[in-house]
Every structure is written in C-alpha cells, then in structure tokens.
Design a protein around this ligand. Structure first.
Ligand code: NDP
Ligand code: CA
Length: 316
C-alpha cells in the first residue's frame, strides 16, 4: 500500500538540426541526508514514518533507476558505502564520494557518518580519465563545502566531458560565501578544462565541455548565479529550457514546510557549456497538486529537493 510515485514526463526540445542519436542523460539531486531529515530538518508536515531509512532508500533508488541516467550527481549522501556505492555498482555505475569535512550529520545521534557529494557514471557509456575531490575555499580559506570533479570519455563519440557536483553553504546571510565558493569552483574548472585540452605547442584544442550539477542554495537573483551565468566558461542553466521564453528558471526545485513556514524556491541547477553541448530533453517538474498539500518530503517522494534530469548531446 504505497502511494504512487510522482509521474513526470520529458519535454523534448525540437530545436535540434540533427537527430539526437544517443544523448547523455544527467541527473542532479539533493537526496536529503538520512541523519538531517530525521534529526535536524523539522519537516513538520512530514510523518516520521515517511522519513525512515527503510522506506526512503527504496524510493531514492527507484527514482534514480526510473530514469537510468548515465551520470548521477547527488548531494547529502550519508549512505554511500553501505548503500549507493554497492547497489549502483551492481547496476554498472562507477563512482566517487567526497564527504564534508564537518558534516552536520555527525551531530545527530545514531548517524551513519558524514554526508557529502557523490558522482556516479555508467561504465558502459563512459571511461574515467581524471577524478578530483575539492574542498572549496573562500578568499583562500578552506570552507566546509566540497565538490567532486570527474573527466569522462564518452565511449560512443570518443569525446570528453568534465562533470562537477557540489553543494554550497545553506541559509540566508551566507550569500557572500556561496559567491566565493562558486568562484573557487569556476577557477578550478577553468584550470582543468583548459589544462587537459591544451596541447603544449601547435594548434590550440577546444576546451572540454562542462556539466556542473549542484544544490547551490541560491535563488536565481543571487550573486553566485550571476557569476555562473556570466563566467568566461560560457555556461547556461539547462532547466531554463522548460520555460515558455527559454530564459526563466522553474518556480521551484525544493518545497518544504518547517516551523518557520513554507519554503518553495529554486536552488538546484544543471549548468552546461552552451557552445559544445545541446539540451535535447528536460524532465518536467511535478505540479503543486502532484506534490500535495504537505509538500516534501512525503510518502510519495523521499527528499525535500526534486531531481533534475536532462538529456544532452555534443554539438558538431
Ligand atoms: P549548512 O548551513 O551548509 O547546512 C548544512 C545542512 O543543513 C544542509 O544540508 C542544509 O540543507 C541543511 N539546512 C539548511 N537550512 C536548514 C534549516 N533551516 N534547518 C535544518 N537544516 C537546514 O552547514 P555547514 O556545512 O556550514 O555546517 C554547519 C554544521 O557543521 C554545524 O551545525 C556543525 O554541526 C558542523 N561544524 C562543526 C565543526 C566542528 O568543529 N565540529 C566546525 C564547522 C561546522 P539544504 O542545503 O538542503 O538547505
Ligand atoms: Ca537539506
């Protein structure tokens, strides 16, 4: 007797000249750390039974395996070694994990270790070329936020793509820190994509395409969003493609009710290199009615953040 999962459909973008061929499917999702959901978050309209790990772990895995992304970028992972790494490895995914240095999960009694960012990729589609775990700095000072960066070679096209997953500092008052952390990540990525592509002599090779998935904890009007959208890396945010004008972010990627009130906002993004990658399809956001009056998480959906799923192709 389980309530139905949220049914969402892909919107295919018909601006492609050529056939999509076999696009690369990417998921961005803050899955909600088990220790935070039960211990610190105070989701006052979500029954405790809906937050039990025995229920949530099936819903999280079902969500991932419903869409079968080639690349899965997760935040708030505090069950990597005992659940996600082994289960997804058995389905053909290779992965990296970077725990937060001082995870707030560790303050919760009975915690399962620190939460962090995790990146999974389908080994049939990609081969790992390079991997780095990064502790983000702000004005040269190391912070409590991290990123995982993998450079992957696509086995179908032979082309490389650099994928990053991050989770920036939460809460209001920390806009300056998110901006500094975002700048630090952009600096790292600039070095990576240019260093690897550039031959020491001869013709300069084009930069490696970038995919940056994250819970930025920042609405689109924040400084860090502006830094990403105006960076010299030529990034665009994929979910804008869902809007009528193609320029507007969705109304929400997270929707929850805490004692302080309802929080419905857009904080999660998939950034991509617009010169080298094309968005072929975007998974629709569920409607307010589908989400329901008690919002998220719920018996139907295991996190307070919605998953973002897009299909990308390399441009010619
Ligand atoms: P953040 O402020 O980035 O938030 C951590 C988590 O709390 C996020 O996953 C966030 O989720 C969630 N969160 C956001 N808003 C709320 C809310 N209103 N109620 C409940 N949870 C919320 O934390 P930091 O990474 O900066 O870590 C802070 C914690 O780290 C401290 O509380 C402390 O426990 C620990 N720490 C310990 C140190 C030590 O010396 N032992 C040193 C430094 C930190 P989301 O992103 O989805 O909003
Ligand atoms: Ca959270």
């Amino acid at each position: 007797d389980r309530p139905p999962r949220l049914h969402r459909t892909f919107i295919h973008l018909g601006d492609g000249d050529g056939a999509p061929g076999s696009p690369i499917r990417v998921m961005q999702w803050n899955i909600l750390a088990q220790a935070l959901g039960e211990g610190l978050d105070s989701f006052v309209r979500c029954p405790l039974e809906a937050l039990s790990w025995s229920r949530r772990k099936h819903l999280i895995l079902e969500e991932i395996l419903t869409y079968r992304p080639h690349i899965v970028c997760l935040q708030e992972v505090d069950h990597y070694f005992d659940t996600f790494q082994p289960v997804l490895a058995s389905m053909g995914y290779s992965s990296s994990f970077c725990p937060k240095p001082w995870s707030p999960c560790l303050d919760v009694e009975g915690n399962n270790g620190p939460d962090g960012c995790a990146l999974f990729f389908d080994q049939g589609r990609f081969e790992l070329q390079d991997s780095a775990n990064i502790r983000l700095s702000a004005m040269r000072i190391p912070t409590n936020q991290v990123a995982v960066v993998n450079t992957l070679r696509c086995r179908t096209t032979g082309r490389s793509v650099c994928v990053a997953v991050t989770h920036l500092k939460a809460r209001s008052g920390w806009e300056w820190l998110r901006s500094a952390q975002g700048s630090d990540l952009l600096r790292h990525l600039q070095n990576l994509v240019q260093k690897q592509a550039g031959a020491p002599t001869g013709d300069p090779e084009p930069d490696i395409p970038l995919l940056i998935c994250g819970d930025f904890n920042a609405v689109p009007t924040e400084e860090v969003y502006r830094r990403f959208s105006t960076s010299p890396l030529g990034l665009d945010s994929a979910y804008k493609k869902l809007s009528q004008d193609g320029l507007t972010e969705p109304q929400y990627t997270t929707w929850k009710i805490r004692p302080t009130g309802e929080c419905c906002s857009t904080l999660d993004y998939i950034w991509y290199s617009q010169d080298t990658l094309r968005v072929d399809a975007v998974l629709e956001m569920p409607t307010e009615e589908q989400i329901g009056p008690n919002r998220l998480p719920s018996f139907s959906y295991p996190s307070d953040h919605l998953s973002l799923v897009c299909d990308f192709s390399f441009k010619e």
